[in-house]
Design a protein around this ligand. Structure first.
Ligand code: G3P
Length: 494
């Protein structure tokens, strides 16, 4: 897609930070960030070498002790200042974000503001992290002569790997809890989104977060990815991305704690008694926000035959209103970051059509700009029923009962979220109990936010729980101090 218009504000790329110090960038190690909007160069980042990655981890190891030793209120105070500066810079960062990942400009700004809010919430919640004490006599045969004091300590160095779709928000949701709890962080931003992530890091340094405590490593995953995830300097990996990459990472990482948020094929289950218009509104926004490039997008509709015609008509009516085009104009459907995702979505759509499904809206694409597409009468034998397209394609599967919807929902390899639309709360609760997913949304679209809610996936959708409190806990480990108590003569009666 070709567009013209205002130029973007990219961060300086003539130098890069290594182990806290500026280095001159060398052209042969420059990686251009090309915009999915128009193919223009948004900027470039340094391609780290394996030896430089080693320097980064060594610097993190040297820096983290002093960081962990600073009073918690100092660390969270810096995070509050970081959040304020990030919010003040929402516009320039959002402009770069829009060009880097073709995110609609208003959504890009929301992402930055939401990230500042996430940092503040984390800074507040980290102050309330408390341990627990236990006396020994709660266990059979034990006297009351031991006291265990379990408290939380930082894991050490956290490797944070966010994806391209929320390069700022899903970076801070890893960085903030790690820093608040006293860890050093090595951030590996995605290739698309690296410039926005680097801008964000510079703001952190401006408020006094040491550039050795938070370090960014840019470059192609194919070149340094394995070295990063297998590095002896890593104490925890927090990764958001595809299930394929997450599974490969888990195999390589070995005995390192993992926090993984991976793919999804979230169903929206619509039952006979649902408010069809309200369900359609949620489904369309859930399926097509950021052109379907959200792990939490509604990726299939399972609707009972009784209301299927009405629901599909309402979905199509609303989908037809979505604007398609340039993210700088805040179009709702914008060019996809991964051109292969567009080709794959088109292939799945065509295959489904050839096998008897009906494309009731959209279907076509121009390069990486895929029109919002609704495919009705999708059946179990089609890829579209099971494969996750990171694209604006919504399959509709008609079912005979709530039980069939549950069976199809659970047959998926994924288990991130599900939405259930019904006016019968008993039915909603019973259905939710049978759905093998991390979260069930009752009468609402699937979504991670608000960001302090627990966020997790079952099966191929992830490992561990995120949120604010769960992420804070995940970035720490329990350390138990056992005090052995000896009888003392107090020298008189009490
Ligand atoms: O897909 C990533 C996820 O973090 C997006 O957040 O709240 O829009 O589902 P949300």
């Amino acid at each position: 897609m070709t567009t013209t218009g205002e130029t973007n504000t990219a961060p300086p790329t003539s130098r890069y930070r290594l182990a806290g110090h500026w280095r001159e960038a060398r052209p042969e190690q420059e990686l251009k960030v090309l915009s999915p909007v128009d193919g223009s160069a948004v900027g470039s980042v340094h391609e780290f070498t394996v030896a430089e990655v080693d320097e980064v981890f060594a610097a993190a190891r040297r820096a983290r002790g002093a960081w962990a030793a600073r009073p918690l209120t100092e660390r969270t105070g810096l995070l509050h200042r970081f959040a304020d500066l990030l919010a003040q810079n929402a516009d320039p960062i959002a402009r770069v974000l829009t060009m880097e990942i073709a995110k609609p400009c208003n959504d890009a700004k929301d992402e930055v503001v939401r990230s500042a809010d996430y940092i503040r919430h984390t800074a507040e919640d980290a102050l309330r992290l408390v341990g627990e004490t236990q006396f020994s006599d709660a266990f059979p045969g034990q006297a009351r002569n031991k006291l265990a004091i379990a408290h939380r300590v930082p894991v050490g160095t956290v490797l944070a790997i966010p994806p391209f779709n929320y390069p700022v928000n899903l970076a801070v949701s890893k960085i903030a809890p790690a820093l608040a709890t006293g860890n050093a962080v090595v951030l590996k931003p995605p290739s698309h989104g690296a410039l926005s992530a680097l801008m964000m890091c510079e703001l952190a340094y401006q408020v006094g977060i040491p550039p050795t405590v938070l370090q960014a490593v840019t470059g192609r995953g194919s070149r340094i990815g394995d070295h990063l995830v297998t590095h002896a300097g890593v104490d925890l990996i927090t990764f958001t991305g595809s299930s394929g990459t997450g599974t490969a990472l888990a195999r390589k990482a070995g005995m390192v704690p993992l926090l993984l948020e991976l793919g999804g094929k979230d169903p929206a289950i619509v039952l006979d008694d649902a408010d069809v218009e309200a369900a359609a509104a949620d489904i369309v926004s859930g399926a097509f926000a950021y052109s379907g490039q959200r792990c939490t997008a509604v990726k299939r509709v399972l609707v009972t035959r009784v209301v299927a015609d009405d629901l599909v008509a309402a979905i199509v009516r609303r989908t037809a209103r979505l604007t398609v085009g340039d993210p700088r104009d805040n179009a709702r459907i914008t060019p996809l970051v991964d051109p292969e995702a567009a080709a794959e979505a088109e292939r799945m759509t065509k295959d489904a059509e050839a096998a008897g499904a009906v494309v009731v809206h959209g279907g076509g694409r121009e390069g990486n700009l895929m029109r919002p597409t609704v495919v009705d009468h999708v059946t179990e034998d089609m890829d579209l029923a099971w494969v996750e397209p990171f694209a604006p394609v919504l399959p509709v599967i008609r079912v005979g009962s709530a039980a069939e919807a549950v069976r199809l929902a659970n047959r998926s390899e994924y288990g991130l979220q599900a939405a259930v639309f019904t006016c019968d709360i008993d039915m909603a609760i019973q259905l939710a109990a049978r759905l093998d997913v991390g979260t069930v949304q009752v009468n609402g679209r699937t979504a991670r936010g608000p960001d302090h809610f627990p966020f997790l996936g079952t099966k191929a959708s992830g490992m561990g729980t995120q949120g604010v409190r769960p992420s804070i806990e995940a970035m720490t480990r329990v350390k138990s101090l056992v005090v052995n108590l000896r009888e003392k003569d107090l020298g008189g009666r009490t």
